[in-house]
Write a protein that binds this ligand. Structure first.
Ligand code: ZN
Length: 473
């Protein structure tokens, strides 16, 4: 069923590039891009050109810069007590491998559809999908080669989320170059196979929405050799995003240092030309010197607070990064909980607990005249997310995708919020209940708090889960 495309939206108040405006009309063209924004439009003018929808507060919707959609299927299923030596990231990874090896193209698609629906209901308009389950469980290739990627593309099309698909190069089990383990075979590609896969996926994009993008990703310096990473970088196009997991775990930092001679971030800084197309996912164990050098490159850092907390990764030095003027955004990564507000709130609360004070995160790249902490943090993450996806979004302005979010506090006892504290109230108090409508590139996919295809998507997900339930125990 085609998703409804809005053409004209009215808001009592809207957060534009220079702050809040009243009586705003947003015009959207047939492709889903904002074509004009008008403030102080009086009721008589609005009657002449009626709007599709009316909102109380309209803000830009955010990009989710890091997701493994299939992991939504194991949410809540990895908390049973493991043996003491496995109560860590590596023990969790064994649970994840069991699920990954049970997936079929159909179940991957059904799970991804549910995850994308929940992202939209949380207020995300687009997602960067870090996609590494490419082949059958024994490593043999599907026909066509891109069959799993097609499942992701179909999930994005059905849910209406804006997709930046990041096929992942994954060639080895560790930085010492050892061969993939049996449970990693379906992730593996030679560089040549990877480039063929990219080409095949690229050939599918004509059948998808105009805002669908294809980026590139290296899994990590554990899983890709220096020579392979260089081959991949040679193919990177202008404006094409490049994502990589880096410095998430201490054991990873140690392994890369041992085999490549430098810790991973320092190795990347000295051996590649990092620029604003790069999103370094996690960077949890970055040193101050590495952060200073990274800030100069213009890259973004992909923070995934709930997943990093769940996996016991560690705490990224975000106050330092913000003070340097570094760019960052948020990702839902393992999709244990899918929530804009919980990701941002956890970022701030972690720092409050560590520093024993309040209002710690002050984005240096946001204008000084914002005195609402939640709004400053949200606007920082809007910018960082749009950069990580290389998507023209994150602001309500002509020439950008109509990624829009209608917030209304009156539906959840938060009617006292006004535009000066609306985003603070959403992030710190109200949560997803305040999300009433979401548009992704003009597609009106969440209406009155619910995704327009929720019933069908939930029923398809339940059917898919019956076939893979055994992998979750
Ligand atoms: Zn990840």
């Amino acid at each position: 069923m085609p998703l409804h495309q809005s053409r004209r939206i009215y808001a009592d108040h809207a957060l534009l590039t220079d702050g809040w405006h009243a009586q705003v009309v947003v015009d959207i063209n047939a492709d889903g891009m904002i074509s004009a924004v008008h403030s102080n439009v009086d009721p008589a003018q609005r009657r002449q050109q009626p709007c599709d929808w009316s909102c109380r507060h309209l803000v830009p919707a955010i990009c989710n810069l890091h997701s493994h959609a299939f992991q939504r299927a194991m949410a809540g299923c990895s908390e049973r007590l493991d043996s003491a030596d496995k109560r860590n990231f590596w023990g969790w990874r064994e649970h994840m491998y069991r699920l990954a090896n049970a997936l079929t193209p159909d179940s991957l698609s059904a799970i991804s559809r549910l995850a994308y629906m929940e992202m939209l209901e949380a207020g995300f308009a687009a997602v960067a999908e870090f996609h590494y389950v490419h082949h059958a469980a024994d490593g043999s290739h599907y026909q066509p080669l891109e069959q799993m990627a097609q499942g992701i593309l179909a999930a994005a099309a059905d849910s209406g989320i804006g997709l930046c698909l990041l096929p992942v190069l994954y060639t080895q089990a560790d930085a010492d170059g050892r061969a993939l383990a049996a449970q990693q075979l379906r992730f593996g590609n030679s560089v040549d196979d990877y480039l063929r896969l990219l080409q095949a996926i690229n050939g599918c994009l004509d059948h998808h929405a105009a805002d669908t993008q294809l980026g590139m990703a290296a899994h990590s310096l554990r899983a890709v050799s220096p020579a392979q990473l260089q081959c991949l970088l040679q193919q990177l196009q202008p404006q094409q995003p490049l994502h990589i997991h880096v410095a998430e775990q201490r054991a990873e930092v140690t392994s890369v240092q041992q085999h490549l001679g430098l810790p991973p971030l320092q190795w990347l800084l000295e051996n590649t030309n990092i620029d604003q197309r790069w999103c370094l996912v996690h960077a949890t164990h970055a040193t101050t010197a590495e952060l200073k050098a990274l800030q100069q490159t213009g890259c973004s850092i992909g923070l995934c607070p709930q997943t990093e907390a769940n996996l016991g990764d560690g705490v990224f030095a975000l106050p330092d990064w913000l003070a340097m003027g570094g760019h960052s955004g948020i990702g839902t990564d393992a999709n244990i909980r899918i929530s804009v507000t919980e990701e941002l709130r956890l970022l701030e609360y972690t720092q409050r607990l560590l520093q024993q004070r309040r209002q710690v995160l002050q984005p240096g790249d946001i204008a000084d005249n914002i005195d609402a902490q939640g709004e400053a943090l949200y606007r920082h993450a809007l910018r960082g997310g749009a950069q990580a996806l290389q998507r023209r979004s994150g602001v309500i302005a002509s020439g950008h995708w109509a990624d829009l979010l209608h917030l209304d506090g009156s539906v959840c006892g938060m009617d006292h919020l006004n535009r000066s504290n609306l985003i603070d109230g959403w992030l710190f108090a109200a949560g997803s209940d305040m999300v009433r409508d979401v548009w992704s590139a003009g597609r009106h996919v969440v209406v009155n708090g619910r995704h327009v295809q929720r019933q069908q998507i939930c029923s398809d997900y339940a059917a898919a889960m019956r076939n893979i339930q055994h992998s979750l125990t």
